[in-house]
Design a protein around this ligand. Structure first.
Ligand code: F0G
Length: 448
């Protein structure tokens, strides 16, 4: 059920079809190169793109900009304690800042880190410490059609095989990413989290939860895990996060702000070490690269994120978009995740091979037909992996309404009707680092 009304609005425009064609060409068929004003419904990411509440805007004005000992930091500490259950917080400019602080503190060259699935920046920060990131998703995680309640889970069997192979002494840290962004935003059960905790104890590793979307994950737990059928989202969040030794958090997701992040822990020694690294890379440990006002808004956002009305409305919106797309025959990853609907471009364009980038073709066609922007997460973003050809339509929090989603569905239906006429794309220029190519590479249609 809808939980908001609008108090401030932002004008959007749909450029003409001819203009959209020109924009695509100018952008080198890469939606990252489009200006936001050229986009009508922007589903590129749910990160930092949501709407703040009136309470958050009020907190923003009261933000304390003191370099040290800011009152806004105390508000954040108190929110993290109440909502997430941790007593120490090290703020950072955003999630990847928190990754740098925590992983730079915990890892050394040659270490192996196991995660249900590393998000891009997580993988890059682990590699940056000359450590080796290994994914252990459960079977079926990359199957867009398999129906299961917790496809985001961490595979204990997979992790045991890695430890048998490399030796427990080389695995100082394991991570569970909730929800699992790189496997279609799928949730992780509390039972799975408990088992990861036991496993971490067994091999004497630090257990980190990447908590970016912890509230959405907790909502799925209340809906799908019998033990928590009568629990509140706030109760589940505290229970689940409580199994970790430390959290990395991007406030741009379930912190409901446009910028910010943090590390949280109860471990005094780890806290002290993280503070030192934050001074080096982020700022003094009571602001960590954020303005005091953003810290204050994030403190409010964390509390709002576990309100039932908010999170139910949020996840329902995504489920409704997925259902509307399925009704018109657009293939989507099922069940839908917590922050995005993932379209199956491989199923949509069976005539295109992976090296013709069916996902990127779908991204371009959605823009061409309706000014809708999504992001490719298939062979263009992840060269040489056997992931499905997915396109993510990530939904910013508290931002779009039914009419926007109806437009997205109409647009996708039009692309579906024309699917046999679309041709593949080829890369014309790409950056040196292959892991980052989808952000800046340029393409052009393959002329037949
Ligand atoms: N961890 C996960 C699971 C994420 O999804 C992200 C960001 C980060 C860490 C890094 O946080 O952006 O604040 O530095 N995900 C965004 C996305 C960018 O579009 O999925 P950040």
């Amino acid at each position: 059920m809808v939980a908001y009304k609008s108090k401030m609005v932002e004008r959007i425009r749909l450029p003409s079809r001819a203009q959209r064609e020109r924009n695509l060409e100018r952008a080198g068929y890469n939606a990252f190169n489009l200006d936001s004003e050229e986009v009508f419904v922007d589903l590129l990411t749910d990160s930092g793109t949501g709407a703040m509440s009136d309470s958050q805007w009020a907190a923003l004005i009261r933000g304390d900009e003191a370099y040290a000992g800011s009152r806004s930091f105390e508000e954040l500490e108190s929110a993290v304690r109440d909502v997430m259950g941790f007593s120490h917080v090290v703020p950072t400019h955003q999630g990847r800042g928190a990754e740098n602080v925590l992983y730079g503190t915990l890892l050394s060259a040659g270490d192996v880190v196991i995660n249900n699935t590393h998000f891009d920046t997580t993988r890059a920060h682990i590699a940056n410490q000359d450590a080796d990131p290994v994914d252990c998703p459960v079977d079926g995680a990359h199957d867009p059609e398999m129906d299961a309640p917790f496809k985001g889970n961490f595979s204990l069997e997979g992790a045991r095989a890695v430890v048998d192979d490399v030796g427990a002494e080389n695995v100082p840290m394991i991570i569970s990413t909730i929800t699992n962004n790189s496997t279609a935003g799928q949730p992780v059960s509390v039972e799975n989290t408990r088992r990861v905790r036991e496993f971490a104890d067994e091999i004497d590793a630090t257990f980190v939860i990447d908590a970016c979307r912890f509230a959405e994950n907790a909502y799925f737990v209340t809906e799908r895990e019998d033990e928590f059928a009568d629990a509140t989202v706030a109760e589940v969040a505290r229970e689940q996060l409580g199994y970790a030794d430390a959290l990395v958090m991007s406030g741009k997701k379930d912190g409901l702000v446009n910028a910010g992040g943090f590390v949280a822990t109860d471990d005094e020694t780890l806290f002290e070490r993280c503070k030192q690294r934050t001074i080096l890379y982020e700022g003094f440990p009571t602001y960590g690269g954020m303005a005091g006002r953003d810290v204050a808004a994030m403190a409010v956002g964390l509390r709002e994120a576990v309100e039932e009305a908010y999170v139910a409305d949020r996840v329902d919106q995504i489920q409704a978009l997925a259902e509307m797309l399925e009704e018109v025959g657009v293939p989507v990853y099922t069940p839908p995740g917590g922050h995005a609907v993932y379209l199956d471009a491989g199923a949509m364009f069976p005539h295109l091979s992976p090296n013709e980038f069916p996902g990127q073709v779908l991204v371009c066609e959605l823009y061409r037909e309706g000014g809708v922007r999504g992001v490719e997460l298939g062979s263009f973003a992840f060269p040489e992996t056997d992931r499905p050809e997915l396109v993510r339509l990530a939904v910013p929090r508290r931002t779009y309404h039914k009419e926007h989603f109806e437009h997205v569905v109409e647009t996708a239906a039009t692309v579906l009707e024309k699917r046999e006429t679309v041709s593949g794309l080829e890369i014309t220029s790409e950056p040196e680092v292959p892991e980052l190519r989808h952000f800046t590479a340029e393409l052009e249609p393959i002329s037949s």
